[in-house]
Design a protein around this ligand. Sequence first.
Ligand code: APR
Length: 255
Amino acid sequence: MTLQDDIMKTAEIIGKSNRVVIFTGAGISTESEIPDFRSPGGLWSKYDPDVYANYFLFLKNPSPFWTMHHEVVDMLLIAKPNPAHYSIFELEKMGKLKAIITQNVDMLHQRAGSGTVNDVPIYELHGAFGELYCLKCNKKYNHDEIKDLLTEKEKIVPYCECGGVIKPTTILFGEQLPSKILSGAINACNNCDCFLMIGSSLLVTPANQMPYFAKKKGAKIIFINKEDTFMNNIADFFLKGKVGEILPKIISYLK
Ligand code: APR
């Protein structure tokens, strides 16, 4: 089967589905100029995750994480959704999409309009860069407020007025995922008839368990990714290529 055959077949499957769940990874946002993590030149080639994204280290010393955060936050703020994000919003408008499960913290699904038409839940398994809170008193902050908290003395790590350290909801390695979000995502996978994985290496648990939940319940499993993943064997279709090119083509056959 050629890629074009797989695109047509995928469109046929989605055309017959009414309970599609979409699972996204960093690969959907690289065409919005946000590097992914593990491709050459990805974020982890610049910032060692054991130093910059380890939860236990953050609790001891939040500076490395905040140094990375300040360096990438402007890129996240100016990033725009790309055709792949908008294609997912199209699926929502068609009434076919039951949930979005994302590992991304860039909030580009929301910026593309997802969640505004049919209240499709967006399960942000790894949090969101723009939502921050105090680890001590749990006071909520947004990224605009953070700048006001930085002082000559405290240039990197923002502290709450109660003295606690502020952290984005971004999940670091070793940190528990929010149980309500995780159970909502698992429930969506258990009730879908088509599971579309888009742009993930599927290397991080428990996020990478989602396709298994859907598979177990008999859903069609479709992967769209630039590279093979180690879980390709569970996919009914693996469409190899750029998401921003493949997904709009699939949607165009549904209209
Ligand atoms: N089109 C299709 N696939 C792409 C594109 C693209 N334009 N760009 C990159 N990819 C693919 C890469 O080939 C890679 O397989 O997307 C995948 C991205 O994999 P990772 O960089 O590992 O990102 P992700 O799977 O989202 O990582 C999961 O790991 O470090 C943690 O918390 C972090 O949420 C992240 C998690």
